[in-house]
Design a binder for this molecule. Structure first.
Ligand code: KIV
Length: 271
């Protein structure tokens, strides 16, 4: 409690303490005001405004086209809703690769304009320099290793990473480098469970897994996947806790039927 802010906000210190105390960290995505209210009120620790919003909310084929302005727009809406969780904005493709100055400026926008408390960026040792620069400028950084979706064209698809010995060694080294550079936690996406366990045990900062087994310090999922609202592509690592897609379609069909047949509106809905 003492490490939370006066507004009872989850901070990087709280997140780091959770690893020490062996308490699982719960992260979910949210991209808009109403869903951010729901996940915050339910007690989530970290709300990630992921660039997955490009696919889930905007209908892009990948996260590659997502822009800084789109991310800022959605992060602002989420920040207006969230009172307790830490809000992390996801740096979109090419917002941090072009130059270190651009990277710092764009990361700063998430905090200054959009009300986030941290940023996430994909990549290993190649982003260690900018991670260090952001962290020393006071910007909390979540790193992201394994399947980094912005590199889908380089990977040739959404495939499990770190299966071969060399690739696993590189992920392990990258995690250490990013910890040393000042990242306060690391998302591990689609890597073998044994590798995620080894990385988790080798770090003092927490790992947050997605398709990375049970031994990470926390878990993250895309909200729309776990409530069954987005069924275009359901990865193996997703558990659907609800089927809102079906419920919403049923509700819409019933509405159409009732309007067409004059059942809705009733007297009680009129003035
Ligand atoms: O963009 C995103 O939502 C993510 C998570 C799935 C980790 O990067």
């Amino acid at each position: 409690m003492s490490k939370q802010t006066s507004t009872n906000r989850i901070t990087t210190a709280v997140i780091r303490d959770m690893k020490k105390k062996n308490e699982k960290i719960c992260m979910l995505t949210a991209y808009d005001f109403p869903t951010a209210l729901i996940v915050d009120e339910a007690g989530i620790d970290v709300v990630l405004v992921g660039d997955s919003l490009g696919m889930v909310m905007l209908g892009y084929d990948s996260t590659v086209p997502v822009t800084m302005d789109e991310m800022i727009h959605h992060t602002k809406a989420v920040s207006r809703a969230v009172k307790h969780a830490m809000v992390v904005g996801d740096m979109p493709f090419m917002s941090y690769q072009v130059s270190p100055d651009d990277a710092l400026y764009n990361a700063g926008r998430f905090l200054k304009e959009a009300g986030a408390q941290g940023v996430k960026l994909e990549g290993g040792r190649e982003v260690a320099g900018i991670t260090r620069r952001m962290a020393s400028a006071g910007i909390p950084v979540v790193a992201h290793l394994g399947l980094t979706p912005q590199s889908v064209h380089q990977f040739g698809g959404y495939k499990v990473q770190g299966k071969e010995e060399q690739a696993a060694k590189r992920i392990m080294e990258d995690a250490k480098i990013l910890e040393e550079a000042g990242a306060f936690s690391i998302v591990l996406e689609c890597v073998p469970a044994a590798l995620a366990k080894a990385v988790t045990q080798s770090l003092t900062i927490p790992t947050i897994g997605i398709g990375a087994g049970v031994d990470c310090d926390g878990q993250v999922l895309v909200l729309h996947d776990m409530v069954g609202m987005f069924d275009k592509f359901i990865p193996k690592f997703v558990k659907a806790y609800a089927h809102l897609n079906v419920q919403m379609k049923d509700a819409v069909s019933q509405y159409i039927e009732e309007v067409r047949t004059g059942v809705f509106p009733e007297k009680k809905h009129s003035f």
